[in-house]
Design a protein around this ligand. Structure first.
Ligand code: TXA
Ligand code: MG
Length: 351
């Protein structure tokens, strides 16, 4: 955890959330100003006070970005329609894609879904962790219909990050949380990425330092007879297939996207992205993998977990240089490499 900001700075940030507006005798007589000051997004420290402040804000319907082991999530109370609507508004999401309901424990996931033996087996093996399960929605679930986009199923996840777990326990309700980035842009893996994209649009960011996994959770569909890989992510598909003892269904080319939020163009930096590059064209910067000459290297020793953890930060940093393009070295398409290549293909897709 980083905790790089001092208490004075934190106190300053807190004033945006809770201090009453400064009013003196003179201003009581003056006309009330028409334009409200821009909202301040508080940066909360990863301690008991920060967690309590984040939990209170969420329970009151405010939005708080928080770290998970995959990426930072933009959290809102999943049982509160207004809070969930604000998530879409803050991200500028063009339509109501279903969101993942994050839960504090397996019991909470069982209450939201029609749980199954298969769900129990994968949850026991991979939760808490970077895996989301899509299951039929329970009859009395209590979630805002905006969370599920009125589908008969719901995505649930029990994250491993200690701050996410502490926050979920303190709130005591499921938290809807997409990645905490403006719609279509690179996902955030640090609090400063979140601030760069959403400052002034959300109440607070709980700063837990960089995310360890770096790509979003794997989404496993358990609504049909054959389990389906709806999105590759932090738990490699091969590992799930071994546990389940059967292959996962993957969507065929041309078939409708399986997870409705999986748009072709996503994770897009401002710069054009070129994949499988071995060198740079004029104006491009090269993002490397394995031993090579490049502007930035995802993992000089060719380690896929290290590369996944570095991926979004590297795209943010290179994009900040305003290059004509970002050229990216080939990444082996196995294990976590599949999740990396999935995100890179979307970053490079025509917009
Ligand atoms: O690692 C993660 O999963 C992060 C962290 C914050 O937990 N969250 C995340 O959320 O990536 P988001 O909203 O960016 O992606 C959620 C994906 C979307 O593609 C959405 O379409 C899919 O989950 N999804 C949600 N509910 C679904 C459902 N009922 N059926 C199929 N796909 C669903
Ligand atoms: Mg996202």
């Amino acid at each position: 955890m980083s905790g790089q900001i001092g208490d004075a700075q934190l106190a300053l940030a807190y004033t945006g959330l809770h201090a009453p507006r400064n009013r003196n005798a003179a201003s009581e007589l003056d006309p009330v100003p028409q334009t409200p000051p821009p909202p301040v997004t508080a940066l909360l420290l990863p301690n008991a006070e920060g967690i309590a402040m984040a939990a209170q804000t969420l329970r009151e319907g405010g939005l708080v970005a928080f770290p998970t082991e995959t990426v930072y999530g933009l959290g809102g109370d999943a049982t509160n329609d207004l809070a969930v609507a604000r998530i879409f508004e803050a991200k500028g999401r063009p339509r109501f894609n279903p969101l993942i309901a994050h839960v504090a424990d397996i019991a909470a996931a069982r209450r939201l879904t029609k749980w199954s033996d298969r769900a129990e087996a994968v949850a026991q093996a991979f939760w808490p962790g970077p895996l989301t399960l899509v299951l039929p929605l329970a009859d009395a679930h209590g979630l805002s219909p905006l969370v599920t986009a009125e589908l008969p199923s719901v995505a649930v996840r029990l994250p491993a990050h200690p701050l996410a777990r502490a926050l979920l326990a303190a709130v005591g309700r499921p938290i809807a949380a997409p990645s905490a980035n403006p719609s279509g842009r690179i996902s955030p893996t640090t609090a400063s990425h979140v601030m760069a994209g959403l400052s002034g649009r959300i109440a607070a960011v709980l700063d837990g330092g960089p995310c360890s996994v770096g790509v979003e959770s794997t989404i496993l569909g358990l609504t049909e007879d054959q389990p389906a890989l709806l999105r590759p992510g932090g738990v490699p598909a091969e590992v799930l297939e071994t546990l389940l003892g059967q292959p996962l269904r993957r969507h065929a080319p041309g078939e409708a996207v399986s997870a409705p939020g999986q748009l072709a163009s996503h994770y897009a930096p401002g710069a054009r992205v070129r994949l499988n590059a071995h060198d740079c064209a004029p104006g491009e910067v090269l993002l490397g993998f394995g031993p090579m000459e490049c502007a930035l290297n995802l993992s000089p020793k060719g380690d896929l977990a290290e590369a996944a953890a570095a991926l979004f930060s590297a795209l943010h940093s290179l994009d900040a240089l305003n290059p004509a393009g970002i050229a990216i070295a080939p990444i082996p398409d196995v294990g976590l490499g599949r999740a990396i290549n999935d995100r890179l293909a979307r970053a490079a897709a025509p917009r």
